[in-house]
Ligand binder design. Structure first.
Ligand SMILES: [Zn+2]
Length: 440
């Protein structure tokens, strides 16, 4: 058995183990109906990570899956596990990415600098003491290794349950299922002053319509919910550092992230998650009051989208593809702030469902989607437009990383859909979060 086959076997077995373990976990035995938010601060240097606890908080309801307690996707640069102290069993896990995890691939980090950001993690509130284990992928292998282990007593008398904000929540679209079996999207607006509440509501409603009209979300409208937290700040519009504009807004979004003009993000996850907590949610979308083109989407973290860009539909779907479904960028021609080899190390299979380094049909993660008559790798020829194959270029690299279709929402703006592979990845995430069985 060669190394790659051993890897595939391991993946298969760990998937089976996760299913078996998940079946043995009964939500009611382990968790209350509330959520626990663990507000960590993550300090990263190129060669080390430090995590420390800032605060704990109880949220009134856990809106996520109750059967899919172990993340079946394998997505994310990081993963956290909740371990029951009495039995040493993993009772919950979830993969995610962070803005800090991207910063670590920039030149600034390569120069030896360190940086800290808030990193709040959330899971159902355990009834008994647990250990929270944070893992990160080892750059050279792509495998998870433990970065921190934090002791938590979720029933301690000093764990607060106060709300930090008092904004109204309105429902834009209601699912036909209960919270555990629905995918709950919370829209957090940023850059809206109290005088712009009407625009905020209209922008959020448009976003909700865009989501529900997008394939494959249109096929699952019955189990999607969209809610708006009507957050306002004093300023109007996001920060635009290049222009010297800085605005006091609700969650502090900014263009020019890592000196990339269109990269619109926020580093203030503590505030964002405190505001989001006013509503039940599985995924956060930040709608930013601006007509400038840009955006940002970080898997398991958030999707950020400008309210009035001319590429509205494309930007929303592209960023939501990142933030919601863990899809990677399929383009390789635009400049980025990342050191390419730090973002996708040579010889390491990306975890993203739409990127691979494998060129043998049987090992390509979307191999089952490639028709037998399509050559692999697939020539960059218009005759293969709309066909699933293995196209070279993706993940900011022209060589050595492959994508499933010649063009898609994750590649280029324009009149093109996600494509079958990305749609399947999105549907896998919908099944996971709506508590249906997910095959690894
Ligand atoms: Zn992107």
């Amino acid at each position: 058995m060669n190394r790659l086959m051993a890897g595939a076997m391991w993946l298969l077995m760990s998937g089976v183990a996760a299913q078996v373990q998940a079946q043995q976990l009964r939500y009611e035995d382990i968790f209350t109906s509330e959520a626990l938010r663990v507000e960590l601060v993550h300090t990263a240097y190129r060669d080390r990570d430090v995590f420390a606890l800032e605060a704990l908080a109880i949220e009134p309801v856990w809106p996520g899956p109750r059967r899919n307690l172990i993340d079946p996707t394998g997505y994310g640069k990081y993963r956290f596990k909740v371990i029951d102290k009495a039995t040493s069993k993993v009772v919950f896990s979830q993969g995610y990415c962070t803005l800090l995890g991207e910063w670590i691939t920039t030149e600034e980090a390569a120069s030896g600098a360190g940086r800290s950001m808030s990193e709040p993690l959330r899971f159902p509130r355990p009834k008994a003491p647990v250990q929270l284990v944070v893992e990160g992928r080892v750059e050279k292998t792509g495998k998870f290794a433990e970065l921190a282990r934090i002791e938590i007593d979720p029933s301690a008398y000093d764990v607060p349950s106060e709300k930090h904000f008092d904004f109204a929540v309105t429902t834009l679209h209601e699912s036909k299922t209960d919270l555990a079996r629905s995918v709950d999207v919370v829209v957090v607006p940023d850059g809206y002053s109290p005088l712009e509440m009407d625009k905020m509501r209209a922008d959020a409603a448009r976003l909700s319509r865009l989501l529900l009209a997008s394939t494959p979300f249109d096929r699952h409208a019955d189990r999607l919910s969209v809610r708006l937290v009507e957050a306002v700040g004093r300023g109007s519009g996001p920060d635009e550092p290049r222009k010297g504009w800085f605005q006091p807004t609700a969650v502090g979004t900014t263009f020019d992230t890592f000196r990339s003009p269109r990269y619109l993000t926020t580093a203030d996850m503590r505030t964002l998650k405190r505001i989001a907590a006013l509503s039940p949610y599985d995924t956060i979308v930040v709608v930013v009051n601006t007509n400038r083109y840009g955006g940002g989407g970080i898997p398991g973290w958030y999707s950020i989208y400008p309210s009035d860009s001319e590429y509205d539909e494309y930007v929303f779907q592209h960023e939501f593809g990142h933030g919601f479904a863990g899809l990677g960028d399929e383009y390789y021609t635009s400049p980025t702030s990342y050191d390419e080899d730090a973002f996708y190390a040579a010889g390491v299979e990306p975890w993203e469902p739409n990127l691979t380094i494998e060129t043998a049909r049987a090992k390509i993660k979307w191999g089952a989607f490639i028709p037998a008559e399509v050559p692999v790798p697939t020539p960059d020829d218009p005759k293969y437009d709309g066909v699933v194959g293995l196209f070279e270029g993706g993940g900011y690299k022209a060589k050595g990383i492959f994508r499933p279709t010649r063009n898609s929402k994750m590649f280029h703006k324009g009149e093109v859909g996600f494509g079958p592979v990305n749609e399947a990845a999105i549907e896998k995430m919908i099944r996971y979060l709506s508590d249906e069985e997910v095959r690894p």
